[in-house]
Design a protein around this ligand. Structure first.
Ligand code: ADP
Ligand code: ADP
Length: 228
């Protein structure tokens, strides 16, 4: 579903962020990208939805070359969740979640019904939280809305960049559990960036272990952990 072919990214200042990366993520597979800060995880992820252009090499999503796909069309098929999701502050939780269906032409009532479904899916009761504004939510709840919104267009691919990185350990553990439950229901193709080895082991069908600009291991958590 996602395929990197000899992808290198050199930033204008000369920094080589990733160097000759090749790997594949199967449809419905969750791959965690793990490694220390600055090793190229975020750069890898941002090249998938064209927020960053590779210097050389090719990336295919669902067989289509990312470099020649209209970014708007490309991103419709890719949900994106970052560490601190930006919600619209003057729209309620339900409205935030319904935004994408509305933009895609779904009528107001249907979009709100869909939004309520999505909030349920991420463990946020729409009756209790739908009418709240983002500043009336805890950090963990805001991240849940971010995930619900990313799922709104029913994208086959989900990119998650440290989505649970800014919440306390207890909430983080809960969000991980919900992610696993969600993934067992909706089966997206997931790239999940984290610097937390435990999280990478728990959430990845396979994990890409980064060294500086390179993937040093790409395998199941059991194999990675069992490796000498
Ligand atoms: P990670 O996500 O693993 O922390 P990044 O992909 O963010 O790593 O960064 C990889 C390397 O590229 C780092 O050395 C970082 O400083 C550099 N880098 C990231 N973004 C830019 C940029 N826009 N311009 C120049 N260098 C960058
Ligand atoms: P979560 O585990 O979902 O992150 P927390 O344990 O952080 O939730 O928050 C506990 C409760 O406090 C939640 O029901 C949340 O709605 C409420 N809460 C947290 N921050 C605020 C806030 N700024 N305004 C109103 N309620 C809040």
């Amino acid at each position: 579903m996602i395929r990197f072919e000899h992808v290198t990214k050199r930033y204008p200042d000369g920094t080589t962020a990733v160097d000759d990366l090749s790997f594949e993520v199967a449809e419905g597979e969750s791959v965690t990208l793990v490694g220390p800060s600055g090793c190229g995880k975020t750069t890898t992820m941002k090249m998938v939805n064209r927020l960053v252009e590779p210097t050389s090499g090719r990336i295919l999503v669902d067989g289509r070359d990312v470099a020649t796909t209209d970014p708007v069309v490309l991103r419709r098929g890719i949900g994106y969740v970052i560490q601190q999701v930006g919600l619209f502050p003057h729209r309620t939780v339900l409205e935030n979640t319904a935004t994408v269906p509305r933009l895609l032409g779904t009528g107001r009532a249907a979009a709100r019904a869909r939004a309520a479904e999505l909030l349920d899916l991420v463990g946020l009761d729409p009756r209790a939280f739908g009418d709240r504004y983002p500043d009336q939510l805890s950090g963990g709840q805001r991240q849940r809305v971010g995930v619900a919104r990313a799922l709104a267009a029913d994208p086959p691919v989900l990119l998650m960049d440290e989505p649970f990185g800014a919440v306390d350990p207890v909430v983080r553990e809960r969000l991980q559990t919900e992610f696993l439950k969600l993934q067992s229901q909706v089966r997206k193709t997931v790239l999940f960036v984290t610097h937390d080895l435990e999280e990478a082991v728990r959430l990845g069908d396979r994990m890409a272990v980064y060294g500086h600009g390179r993937i040093e291991q790409f395998d199941t958590p059991a194999t990675v952990l069992g490796a000498p």
